[in-house]
Design a binder for this molecule. Structure first.
Ligand SMILES: [Zn+2]
Length: 237
């Protein structure tokens, strides 16, 4: 390499580094994927705190700058996710994003209205009893179309049966005498969303003796949460 070429290369290098700094890009943080020892050392409360910390980073726009390709390679021979999240199908409520987690960190199950089914329960039993995850979060979200559909008694193809699983939460939610019991009432929708997340948690414990036993022995926790689409904040109920 000639002297001139070397100095040109160095100048380019500084220019690129300067542009990255000027663009305010976060520094590349080392980030390690979960392994068996880390998963073992985790408690259900630590798992909740880890998700809360990740959600704070998401809300503040301060997410980890991960090398996802490297994480994918590192986890290819085994996975040890610390938590399970059941969330809605909604495109704006993706658990890995709102909790700022990487490859191999979370088991994620998604269905409109974040309702459980036998297949979901089987998946959760695998994630906890077999794979060692310490927490199950049932995460509803604000302005949920599925919840609004259930509030309005919508019937459409296979959606009818799915929304029927939210109906008990609709029926259990009180409204003031002069207020509407439908999706036009935002407060009612919000209350049903919370009731539905709590109801699905109760149903997991009622329908799965395996998960109930893990909870009773203190190995895992099952908790409801609500993701606010406007603020990005996830509130654990
Ligand atoms: Zn939804």
């Amino acid at each position: 390499m000639t002297h001139r070429l070397l100095s040109t290369s160095l100048a380019l290098l500084f220019l690129v580094a300067g542009m990255a700094l000027a663009a305010g890009l976060p520094p590349d943080r080392p980030y390690v994927t979960f392994d068996e020892a880390k998963q073992d050392a985790m408690t259900p409360d630590m798992a909740i705190e880890k998700l809360k910390a990740g959600n704070r980073r998401f809300v503040e726009g301060n997410m980890h700058n991960r090398d996802l390709s490297a994480q994918a390679q590192r986890t290819a021979s085994g996975q040890y996710p610390f938590a399970v999240v059941l969330s809605c199908l909604d495109s704006r409520s993706a658990p890995e994003i709102v909790f700022d987690q990487g490859v191999g960190d979370l088991f994620v199950a998604r269905v409109a209205g974040n309702v459980i089914s036998d297949d979901m329960l089987g998946s959760f039993e695998f994630a906890t009893q077999v794979s060692g995850s310490k927490l199950i979060v049932v995460m509803g979200h604000s302005a949920c179309g599925a919840v609004m559909g259930a509030c309005d008694g919508v019937e459409l193809g296979h959606l009818t049966g799915l929304l029927a699983k939210i109906t008990p939460a609709v029926d259990a939610t009180p409204v003031a005498a002069d207020a509407q019991r439908n999706a036009g009432n935002a407060e009612f929708v919000e209350a049903v969303t919370e009731a539905n997340a709590k109801l699905q948690v109760a149903e997991i414990l009622r329908q799965s003796p395996i998960i109930k036993a893990l909870v009773d022995e203190g190995h895992i926790k099952v908790v409801p949460a609500i993701h606010n689409l406007r603020t990005g904040e996830v509130q654990f109920l």
